[in-house]
Design a protein around this ligand. Sequence first.
Ligand code: AMP
Ligand code: DBH
Length: 541
Amino acid sequence: MSSTVGTGTHLDPLRLDGVVEYPAEFAARYREKGYWIGQTHAALLAEAVAAHPDRLAVVDPRRTVTYARLAERVQVVAAEFAARGIGRGDRVVVHLPNTVEYVEVVFALFEIGALPVFALAAHRSAEIRQFCSAASTSGYVTVDTFGLTSYAGTAAEIAAEFPDIATVVIPLGDESWAGREPLPRAERSLPSDVAFLQLSGGTTGTPKLIPRTHDDYLYSVRESARICGIDATSVMLAVLPISHNFTMSSPGLLGMIAVGGCVVMAPDPSPDTCLRLIEAHAVTHAALVPPVLMAWLNSSARAERDISSLVAVWVGGAKLPEEAARRVAPELGCMLTQVFGMAEGLVNYTRAGDDDETIHTTQGRPISPDDEVRVVDDAGVPVADGVAGHLQTRGPYTIRGYYCAPEHNRRSFTADGFYATGDIVVRDPRGYLTVVGRSKDQINRGGEKIAPAMVENHLLAHREIHDVSVVGVPDDALGERICAYVIRRDPESGSPTASQLRAFLRAERRVAAYTIPDRFEFVTEFPTTSVGKIDKKSQGA
Ligand code: AMP
Ligand code: DBH
């Protein structure tokens, strides 16, 4: 852990082992073209505070802060973290629900030059433990309880297992550490530094962390804000988990801060909660995954609420069926923007001026003229427009490698630095992409990404399981659900049962609920391909 918080006068670039940097000639080009403007996240907030001190910044059911108040609170929380020994370059797992506190904590970490590691509120000790190890963290921040969910058990487990990390449990509702002397504002990061570690949905048994620099990320944020047409009068409802890359940056919380807009935190994504909040706060924008959009479209609460303030919904994270896309304008009375993005970088949007066909059937085109998109066949040879192939991409806000994962990087990145996304897409001659499939071993459960290997590892820890194969199966509501094919050690025994396995994963393995299989199938052997590998495609069919 760093012992001091720097003053910002003489900062050397942050040296973080395990980060693959942009090659110098690319970095120079991205600066020259004005994409990387030399802004940090702390500076982004400071600029918003200077321009819009009295505008509302963040609202949740307990607290409301203006930009000026948010900035004051950030310095208090930053002082608290500094007092706990956290400083520049330290990694801190942020495990918070959609609250004002989340914004205070994240910007406090930016203020001291520490790196948030963005866990999802749904994660439990199984995932948190992995992030703490993978990022060699110095701190872990969570809340005591939120709604019906207690985080205290997870905090206790993490504190016991990692005695050297600072575990900070925030009681929600009051302003924490109100008596503390605020840390004086200063720049404690460089724009070229890694700002945080974001999570990838992953395809392996260990989590992949995504190092994003201030410069690259904020370029994507500012352009997202411009493309989506938000300004200081915009009000975004944060429906999905706030730490998800989509809610954070496309254009998300950070985009709203970039323009001086307001973010209203939804405590849950249900239509009852969200439609009420839209009416109450005259919400103009919301980022949604397809199943949440469907729930809103099909909700009877719509008739009881005035949602005429809505200007647009941004929908992404999973493929939006065309029939649902067509319902947005007539039924919600607002525009649809499709968003196809990834925490690794590349984000595509449909544009406000696009024709209906484009908005309903494509996932948009890239943010930047310097987003290089390559669509290739299985042998890596580029295919013609209109032909499905593997999407590879390189550009001014796409990483060159995962954090501390050299071996995995050799598979996920090409020799010339393109990220192999694992998505199968069709590109049209204008550069619009349509997602038609996936080649990576990942389940997309309504926008929540699950690595089958992770679930398989947890199930294999059960004494009565001989072998297991986890696959995605098609589902009308969620796109896919999780199915586990289980070979029992004793096929005659009838044990373990599906409900025993669910309890095992939840109570003993302590995994996030969204990773628990929706369905268990007990089999005596797996379907295999001709080469003897488990045939995940035929299982999922
Ligand atoms: P991650 O890498 O974990 O951030 O997840 C990003 C992945 O989510 C992409 O590579 C796609 O597989 C999927 N995804 C995101 N947005 C869309 C979308 N609009 N349509 C289809 N798939 C999407
Ligand atoms: O699914 C995603 O990861 C995603 C979707 C839309 C994303 O990271 C984004 C926009 O930035």
